[in-house]
Ligand binder design. Sequence first.
Ligand SMILES: [Zn+2]
Length: 389
Amino acid sequence: MDNGRRWREDHARTGSSPPPKRKRTSHNGPSSVDNGIQNGSAALRCDQYNIAWICALHFEMAAARAMLDDFHEPLLAHATDTNTYILGSIQRHNIVIACLPTAQHGMNNAAIVATNLRRTFPSIRLGLMVGVGGGAPGMADIRLGDVVVGTRVMQYDLGKIVGEGQFEGTATWRIPHQSLGTAVSVLRSKHELEPSRIPHILGEKLERQPDFLRPRLRDRLFSATYNHQVPTGSCDECDPSKLVPRSTRISGDPVIHYGGIASANQVMKSSAVRDNVARRLDVKCFEMETSGLMDTFSCLPIRGISDYSDSHKSDEWQRYAAAVAAAYARELIEALPKTHAQTQAVDLPDSRKLVKLQLIGNVSRSVCPTFKCRSKYIASSSSTIARLT
Ligand SMILES: [Zn+2]
């Protein structure tokens, strides 16, 4: 049953009130005053965006795009920024969505995207790395379509070779920023008392996108000692007697797991190595980007589980897993408090003018377009230009 239909039937059964009607999505610019857009202006300033939402794959970006309430007009990027952005908002939070270049994955590319993003959007304070990941099923009852939220991240392929060739890791744990951690705590406390809104959000935002709905495929986890049989084929040729017996879940809704995530510049497709690394580091998921982002800004990895990090890995669950991760990200953003900075109406010219000023090297009081904010502008523009260079 699709999520939207399930939601409607669930609520018809319980008699609960319907959700707020979805806010009309505008591709021509927002109309909300609450998130900083005033007087029908179509574009915000670069310094009005506080949250970066990073994706590695195009369909992850599609899921992110679907989660926005409003789209904003594009802004002129910093001269050396090679990213292409989707700008928008979720409730009162202004969001920058960026994606790694097509077919260029891994931590180095993630770091480049993050560095460019900070050049154009100097007020970014939080980052979310949202997409698919490979589960470590020996560490928890993880199923395809579940979500793993990384409360700590480690690059597991960073280290040295010692003795007879043994690998010795030298990386340390990276912990998401405290403000992300406290928001996660608030959401977890809410989920102790009531279900996650993920199914509701999926029904609302992706009901008409069948590729992103839960696949009608069996969730198969094979024994760690049994490898995939047909290199280019599905698991239909694999021996069903090698499946790991698991209890049937009453609900098909995603389960959210919290814990460590292992990050590296390589795809994990070995169940033996997976289990070894997972036990050694106590991690529940493998991915390829978050460690590359953590040096640029604090980042929380949110991963929808699309495979089990073994030789049976396939793409069949990827879009649904990406959608589930995006829905969790939206639910988390909804839980974030509005910051003091977001309440300040700083009267500055937009960042396009700052970039232009930087390029022509002509910063002076006379270029300020609003006399009443002159002193603020001079101070703030200098610091902003300093950050941009
Ligand atoms: Zn297989």
